[in-house]
Design a binder for this molecule. Structure first.
Ligand code: ADP
Ligand code: MG
Length: 718
């Protein structure tokens, strides 16, 4: 029997009454399998005694002491017992708040085992939270001599109860569990058999055994994750591409893959610049994929400003030439519109038929557009989430481009893919996914990297500035504006909030326009404005009619205005690293030297401001994490390095693009911490899949088990 086949309900468990069964059910534990997979969050090592003097080396210790004396402090109902104890290494005081009856249980002269958290106070080593048992008459329930699990709890459950239930479940059911990993791997890595691993993870006999159990469970999880990834890869490779139009160049026909197609050629000829080497190799790889026998699944990573849009456009032209349609999806209307405008400017003249579709295009414009799309009269449609609305039908969707892919959840990416029959997929991101994560989440995708920026770009100069020095920053910007350049000012809030002493975009647009940059056109853009107003503002900024754009992080993704040379982020300590990196990437897109000012609040952390209603005002305090982020931004320009730092600060569950993915359905493993195991699991899983493709056919129990174990990851992996 496999662990997940222990579907026996918890009410069959010895010791589980109706109330307990209900409490378990509330946290999703209905079966024995689920109970055994309710892993401890920590362990208490009560297996051996620690000298009192060493208390500080552990969060809590097990010690053996002799009671020396009792004394009392306080009066009446507040009277509290103090029990003085000692061992060979020193003395301590057990403070028995609300437990006067311990007077009769902790007898002077007698030796006890104590489990407690000790600390130093008023000249004594003290404990107020402790458990005890007579040394010569220990009850097994206290777990002395053992390592006890500490479980995540919820209402109606206690540590004692859960320990008992799990222990019963282990003796009643866990003995005959079958191994889930191939025996060869268990042997090779010295892992534990499944039944032993599960038992030892709950009730280890030693810390060494716990370590082995943990290794086993981690490896199992990563192995199944990689089985899923590997299956996806093989599935994709086994999917023949739908035959596109007759005009499609015969696949593999002599070296067509490395040279440009006629439409691509025409676009390149019209550009005032040449492709960078990085763009060139990305296009070559994409062309090869698109001419290949199975659907492309490629992740294009390139730092902000590296020119990914153009690469996507070239891919689009190839798809169009092969008789297919292209959907280019962007996360914001602003960005989608910018792409649509560029498509109109660059792709229409070479003979492709682009269109723009967002949720804001209402019936009158929408109906004919959808008709044209269904009829195949539109080649390239650029838009937002609207591209996969239910009523949108494509005639022959052959290529899906997802820009800023980390902004989309897996289900959204799947929804757009479902609009075609195994279309090619190109995902683009300027928020580089660290290698370790890329291996898991995008494990079966091919990756192209554009490592270079277009020539002539000067590295952006980044400066930190205290809020109290903002006048100097404004002076600097004034000079840049006088030289004909443009600037962005970004704020964490759209409008003023009386509970938060932070600058907001609305008030600052007013102040910058009327005072600081008096006489220069200043405009405001944020997510609450209507689309038409946003569009006009962005257009005016692009044309240089607006010189200062005040914004929230809506300008974070994709916006491309090369004449803008200053990015001022106020309350920069409030923004996450990936947002800061994206925002900074809005400048440095032309030939002129660009600057980024990270303005941070210099209110010292120990002076909270109190609001009239007694609350503490959010006064833009610079936290340690905030400081670290600013430092990382000051010292790094490489998006990959910044992403790795981000990962260290926030952990994988938080990283952009992963948080929606249910990534944390991994129970014990952490792909960052366990990167080495991940790599091994990947090699193993891929090798097994390749040597024994039978594993893909769910025809016997073991294989069904493998697929079911891996199933949750299908939500994570595209
Ligand atoms: P990102 O990779 O951040 O999406 P974009 O595609 O928005 O970058 O390109 C940034 C800017 O660089 C655009 O103005 C684009 O026209 C320009 N650009 C792209 N490729 C080149 C190139 N090979 N040489 C010069 N400029 C380029
Ligand atoms: Mg872009």
């Amino acid at each position: 029997m496999f662990l997940r086949e222990l579907t026996t309900q918890t009410d069959h468990l010895r010791g589980a009454g109706p109330a307990t069964v209900k409490a378990l059910s509330r946290i999703g534990i209905n079966s024995i399998a689920a109970l055994l997979c309710h892993y401890p969050r920590d362990w208490e090592d009560r297996s051996h005694a620690v000298p009192l003097a060493d208390y500080a080396r552990y969060p809590a210790v097990c010690t053996v002491v002799r009671v020396i004396a009792h004394d009392w402090f306080g009066f009446g109902a507040m009277k509290t017992l103090k029990v003085h104890v000692e061992d060979e290494s020193g003395r301590a005081v057990l403070v028995c708040f609300n437990r006067p009856f311990l007077e009769h249980q902790l007898t002077p002269g007698v030796r006890y085992r104590i489990w407690g958290k000790f600390y130093y106070k008023y000249g004594d080593i003290q404990s107020t939270a402790f458990e005890f048992d007579p040394l010569d008459n220990s009850s097994p329930a206290k777990g002395f001599g053992h390592i006890l699990p500490v479980y995540p709890l919820s209402a109606g459950l206690t540590q004692g109860l859960l320990r008992k239930l799990v222990s019963n479940a282990l003796t009643q059911y866990a003995k005959p569990l079958e191994d889930e990993l191939p025996p060869a791997i268990i042997q090779r890595d010295g892992l534990l058999p499944k039944s032993e691993a599960i038992r030892a993870y709950h009730f280890p006999e030693s810390m060494g055994q716990l370590d082995k159990a943990r290794k086993t469970l981690i490896y199992e999880e990563l192995f199944y994750l990689e089985v899923m990834v590997g299956r996806r890869a093989i599935e994709r490779r086994n999917t023949a591409k739908i035959s596109r139009d007759d005009q499609a160049p015969a696949p593999g026909s002599n070296s067509s893959s490395s040279s440009y197609s006629p439409l691509q050629q025409r676009l390149l000829e019209r550009l005032p610049f040449a492709l960078t080497p990085g763009q060139l190799s990305a296009v070559t790889e994409i062309n090869r994929d698109m001419d290949g026998p199975y659907p492309m699944a490629r992740l294009l990573q390139g730092d902000v400003g590296s020119g990914k849009t153009l690469v996507a456009f070239l891919a689009a032209l190839r798809a169009v030439e092969q008789g297919g349609q292209v959907a280019i999806m962007a996360p914001t209307e602003l960005l989608a519109r910018q792409h649509a405008e560029n498509a109109g400017r660059l792709l229409e003249p070479v003979g492709a038929r682009p269109a723009f579709l967002t949720g804001n295009i209402k019936a009158a414009g929408r109906t004919p557009l959808l008709k044209a799309l269904a009829a195949g009269d539109i080649d390239i449609v650029v838009g937002t989430h609207a591209l996969f609305s239910r009523d949108v039908v494509y005639r022959n969707l052959a290529l899906v481009v997802v820009d800023e892919q980390h902004r989309f959840g897996v289900t959204q990416r799947q929804a757009i893919m479902a609009k075609g029959d195994h279309p090619d997929l190109l995902m683009m991101s300027a928020t580089p996914i660290p290698r370790t994560l890329a291996l898991t989440v995008f494990g079966d995708m091919d990756v192209s990297v554009i490592p270079d920026l277009p020539p002539g770009r000067k590295p952006i100069k980044t400066h930190l500035a205290k809020e109290s020095n903002e006048a100097k920053v404004y002076d600097f910007v004034r000079k840049e504006l006088a030289a004909g350049h443009q600037a962005y000012f970004v704020y964490p809030l759209i409008e003023a909030d009386i509970n938060r002493d932070l600058k907001d975009a609305e008030s600052m647009a007013d102040r910058l326009g009327r005072q600081v940059f008096k006489g220069l056109p200043v405009a405001l853009v944020h997510s609450k404005l209507d689309e038409e107003e946003k569009r006009q503002t962005m257009e005016a900024f692009r044309q240089g009619e607006i010189r200062v754009l005040v914004a929230t992080s809506v300008v974070e993704v994709g916006v491309d205005v090369p004449n803008a040379t200053c990015m001022i982020i106020e309350h920069a300590e409030r923004f996450g690293l990936s947002a800061l990196h994206q925002l900074r990437g809005r400048v440095g897109r032309g030939e002129a030297q660009s600057y980024c000012f990270l303005v941070y609040s210099d209110v010292p952390p120990d002076s909270p401001e109190y609001t009239p209603d007694g609350g503490v005002r959010d006064a833009g305090i610079l936290t340690e994490d905030g400081k670290t982020r600013l430092k990382v931004m000051l010292e790094n320009t490489d998006g990959f390095v910044i992403a790795e730092e981000d990962l260290k600060l926030r952990g994988p569950g938080q990283i952009a693009g992963i948080e929606q993915s249910g990534y944390l359905s991994l129970g014990v493993a952490d792909p960052i911490r366990d990167a080495a195991e991940l790599a091994r699991a990947r090699t193993d899983a891929f090798a097994i899949l390749e040597e024994d493709p039978g594993l893909l056919l769910p025809e016997n129990r073991r294989i069904a088990q493998v697929l079911e174990r891996a199933a949750p990851f299908s939500q994570v992996i595209l």
